[in-house]
Design a protein around this ligand. Structure first.
Ligand code: NDP
Length: 288
């Protein structure tokens, strides 16, 4: 029997509907959540992501501002903009779209963001808090994956979760979140020998690699939950890191690409921004 689809698009729409209601209430109290997005250069994928984020902010009634800076922007002027946004009381969240052009040091830039406004959860202060099990803004994609699993009542505790990919953006924070929910977690990467021997033991298998259809049917245990984070643009269109058609024959649940993890990532960015706005008012709980 083919796997059930984990419909990220539908779940993200539900989140946005509830956020919209909450924003209406907050606006009545004089608080409009504000997100500043900074895009440097002309990376085509980044431009698409920023546009999607801008549109989502509009949909739920946030005040969003996109700063589109030229490719040759100096680190000094980028850091100056971040400082201004840090000081701007109408801005509750700051997101610098990655990757940055090669002459800019992403670590320096991320560390310049006020951790309270770090809605991507990439600042070392927040990374440390997450690792220590303290409240922190949680990186959007991992938070979205956990939300999707929970929305479908998929148990995490006691299960073996295998995360393929160890980036700071997806793999590592996701491993932390799964561990915090009592999964037994294995993290694989490009130097992992015999990847299949690990993936085949996964109850929950997450692919966050960026290699089209890396995860094939023989790598997946019967009845597994398969989450495909990958976005690979091929001549025939967008595909994930999982061979969807073949793997759906053995898995119990699977995310499609597109329409799986992507929409949740944006929904969680909105939620992180709203939580930052509430925390700025002495109001709400940061993080999950
Ligand atoms: P990175 O390139 O930062 O990390 C990729 C990871 O995959 C690395 O840890 C790398 O290992 C590992 N890897 C590479 N090749 C292999 C292999 N053959 N076998 C096992 N592991 C391998 O990517 P990101 O984490 O930023 O993104 C991963 C994918 O997810 C991309 O396609 C990206 O576009 C997509 N993405 C999607 C999002 C969404 O909202 N849907 C959000 C963010 C990303 P090593 O560390 O050893 O190099």
């Amino acid at each position: 029997m083919a796997a059930k689809i984990l419909d990220g698009k539908k779940v993200a729409e539900e989140i946005k509907t509830s956020l919209k209601e909450e924003v209406t209430r907050l606006k009545a109290r004089g608080l409009t959540p504000g997100l500043a997005v900074v895009l440097v250069g002309e990376d085509p994928a980044s431009k698409v992501y920023v546009k999607q984020k801008e549109k989502a902010c509009e949909e739920v009634g946030f005040a969003s501002q996109v700063y589109r800076l030229p490719e040759d922007t100096s680190e000094e002027s980028l850091l100056q903009l971040i400082n201004e946004l840090n000081d701007d009381r109408a801005v509750h969240g700051i997101l610098v779209q990655l990757p940055l052009p090669g002459h800019l040091d992403a670590n320096q830039v991320i560390q310049a963001i006020n951790p309270a406004k770090d809605v991507d959860g990439f600042h070392p202060f927040n990374v440390g808090r997450l690792a220590a099990g303290l409240a922190a803004p949680v990186p959007c994609t991992p938070r979205g994956i956990i939300h999707l699993l929970e929305a479908y009542n998929i148990p995490i505790a006691g299960r073996h979760a295998v995360v393929v990919g160890r980036s700071n953006i997806v793999g590592k924070p996701l491993a932390q979140l799964l561990l915090a929910r009592d999964a037994t977690v294995t993290v694989c990467h490009s130097k992992t020998g015999n990847l299949t021997s690990f993936t085949r033991t996964a109850d929950i298998l997450v692919a966050a690699v960026g290699r089209p259809r890396l995860i094939t049917r023989d790598m997946v245990k019967l009845g597994a939950v398969v989450v495909d984070v990958g976005i690979n643009r091929l001549p025939e269109g967008m595909v994930g890191d999982v061979d969807f058609e073949a793997v759906r024959e053995v898995a119990d649940y699977i995310t499609p690409v597109p329409g799986g993890v992507g929409p949740l990532t944006i929904a969680m960015l909105l939620r992180n921004t709203l939580e930052a706005a509430l925390a700025g008012q002495g109001g709400g709980p940061p993080g999950e």
